[in-house]
Each structure stands twice: as structure tokens, then as C-alpha cells.
Design a protein around this ligand. Structure first.
Ligand SMILES: C[S@@+](CC[C@H](N)C(=O)[O-])C[C@H]1O[C@@H](n2cnc3c(N)ncnc32)[C@H](O)[C@@H]1O
Length: 306
């Protein structure tokens, strides 16, 4: 697990999130296909984000990536700003907005230190971002600072109290990790399970080159691919502590990813997958409000970690 934001930037700059969901040459077909696949695979996103509810509101997205969700906020009439750590994401997001004639502002920034003045936004949205940053607490302190009193947020972070964490990452993948060591296994396992061969090969390379990993390193490489330098997980208490300065904080779980379960995944009824997601899903969605009165800002810690 890295403390170095440069490594995080380098990783996401070379893997803009979901930019590989289409290989179409035509850019409109490319972006449309990404959008369609994203919401087909993660149908809870429009439900939690409520894109249409922010008409005329100043909305900030932290870690907008290639701004699939940002485009929906803009289409809903929000005054949208997207921040991302990487030049690649910002360039693609700008290209996308220009292509669809959507209005939005983008900045290439580390959201541990945001350029916006105090109390600039009515709503902050962030999906799968702040758990990848070394100083997540600093991002949350900045959220508090740039939100207007009474402003709201919706943030997705990875859920520790989930099937992904306890069953897949900490049990099954650890139990079977040595199966990857023979050189033919990535290809064979890929054929049997349907997992991408390059990912399995990457996990094998990490095991051979790094030997014993810390628990934090193991979590990081088993979330967003074997090269992912940093990912953290949060249970209800940990997330509550992270957002303690806000009021009306509530949380939901979403997303049981059936594609992680070869053979049985396809056969599970949709309703059962949704139920598993709501109970032990991988996405912990946190909602909250900045109090109307109280401290203008909260302390920023560079040492803390959940
Ligand atoms: C998993 S991707 C999610 C992107 C987008 N939210 C989505 O759902 O497609 C994580 C994104 O967070 C960005 N990111 C990570 N740490 C960040 C930070 N400290 N400040 C701004 N963006 C950050 C990365 O550059 C990357 O684009």
C-alpha cells in the first residue's frame, strides 16, 4: 500500500476507469457503449446518484474519471464541476462533454487540496474514489469546506462488511493464491473461470516479485487489479468516523457482482443478487449533509487512516 499520491496518479493515468469498456473507433459510439455497459452492470448508480435532482445546483464530482456520471448530472441541468487526479481522465472527460455539447468545468487536481473557495457547492458526488487516496481524511475535510451549509453529498466507498471483502478477497483468493504459481495456471484458470488472463498473470507476477504482502497491500491488489497501488475498505463504524462532522449521515450497501462467480453467477436469480447486494454489497454508499450552523471547517489529518 502506498502513501505516495504520485503512484496513485500514475496508475489511474494509465488505466482511466472503464475506458476499456469499448474499443469502438467512432468516439460517440465509444462513449455510448461505455455508458450503456456501466449502467447495465451497476444499475444502482443512477438510483443512488439521482442525476435529475440537481437542476440549477452547483455539483462537484470528486474523481470524475472519464465522467460518465458527470454527463448525466449535466444532462439533468446541474452546474457541474469535475475534479480528477489524472490528466488522462480530465482530457477524456472534456472531449466527451464537447462531443455531446454538455456544459461542465474540469480541473486536474488532487482533491486532498481542492482549489475551490469555501462554500462553493450545493452537492458533492464521488463514486469509487476517496478510498484510493493516501489521505482520505483530507478529502473529506475539503468536502466539508467547499460544501455550502445545508449542502449534501453522496459518496461510494468500498464496503468491508461485504461478500467481496470477507469471502472473495480475504478467504477464497488467499486460499487459492498459490495455485497461480505454475506458469501455465493463469491461462488455464482464465479458461475455467472467465477471469481475464492478464489479471491472473499480473497477480502471479506480484506474488513472484514481492513475496509476502501486508494485509493492506493484499486488499489493494485485489480490488482494482494487480497493479492498483492503494485501495481501502470501510465498515459502518469506520465510515461513520470518516464523515463524523456531517449530519444526517446514512449508509446503504449495493452491488453483488455476479461476474465474480464463475458458473453459479449467471444462474442466480436477479432478485437474489439484488438482495445480496443490499445486504453485503461491495459498494458502501454514504449520504450526508453539512450542518447549517457550526464549524466552517474540520481538522485535516495527514496521519489518520481507517
Ligand atoms: C475507480 S476510478 C473512478 C472514476 C469515476 N468516479 C467512475 O466511477 O468511473 C478512481 C478515480 O479517482 C481518481 N482519484 C484518485 N485519487 C484522487 C484524488 N486524491 N483526487 C482526485 N481524484 C482522485 C483517479 O484518478 C480515478 O480517475
Amino acid at each position: 500500500m502506498t502513501e505516495n499520491i504520485g503512484e496513485v496518479r500514475e496508475f489511474w493515468d494509465s488505466h482511466p476507469c472503464q475506458s476499456d469498456l469499448s474499443d469502438a473507433n467512432d468516439r460517440r459510439i465509444y462513449f455510448d457503449e461505455i455508458e450503456r455497459k456501466r449502467y447495465a452492470h451497476e444499475p444502482h448508480i443512477p438510483v443512488i446518484a439521482q442525476f435529475e435532482n440537481y437542476h440549477g445546483k452547483d455539483v462537484l464530482e470528486i474523481g470524475c474519471g472519464i465522467s460518465t456520471d458527470g454527463l448525466q448530472f449535466a444532462r439533468g441541468g446541474a452546474c457541474y464541476t469535475g475534479y480528477d487526479l489524472t490528466p488522462a481522465a480530465i482530457a477524456t472527460a472534456k472531449e466527451r462533454f464537447a462531443l455531446y455539447g454538455a456544459a461542465g468545468r474540469f480541473e486536474n487536481v488532487n482533491c486532498e487540496h481542492m482549489p475551490a473557495p469555501d462554500e462553493s457547492f450545493d452537492h458533492i458526488y464521488s463514486f469509487g474514489v476517496i478510498h484510493h487516496s493516501p489521505n482520505t481524511e483530507a478529502i473529506v475535510a475539503e468536502m466539508y469546506r467547499v460544501l455550502r451549509p445545508g449542502g449534501t453529498f453522496c459518496v461510494m466507498i468500498y464496503n468491508r462488511s461485504s461478500i467481496n471483502y470477507y469471502v472473495e478477497i480475504m478467504f477464497l483468493r488467499r486460499l487459492f493464491r498459490y495455485m497461480l504459481l505454475p506458469s501455465f495456471m493463469p491461462k488455464l484458470l482464465s479458461r475455467i473461470t472467465g477471469f481475464p488472463e492478464w489479471k491472473l498473470q499480473g497477480h502471479r507476477d506480484v506474488m513472484l516479485s514481492q513475496g509476502a504482502l501486508t494485509k493492506e497491500q493484499w486488499i489493494s491488489i485485489n480490488t482494482d487489479g494487480p497493479d492498483c497501488p492503494l485501495a481501502k475498505v470501510y465498515n459502518r463504524r469506520e465510515a461513520g468516523e470518516l464523515f463524523h462532522a456531517f449530519q444526517d449521515v446514512r449508509m446503504e450497501a449495493h452491488f453483488f457482482d455476479r461476474t465474480h462467480w464463475p458458473v453459479i453467477g449467471k444462474r442466480l436469480p436477479d432478485g437474489f443478487c439484488q438482495w445480496l447486494g443490499r445486504r453485503w454489497g461491495w459498494h458502501r454508499v454514504v449520504y450526508g449533509t453539512k450542518p447549517l450552523t457550526g464549524a466552517a471547517s474540520i481538522g485535516r489529518s495527514s496521519a489518520g487512516r481507517s
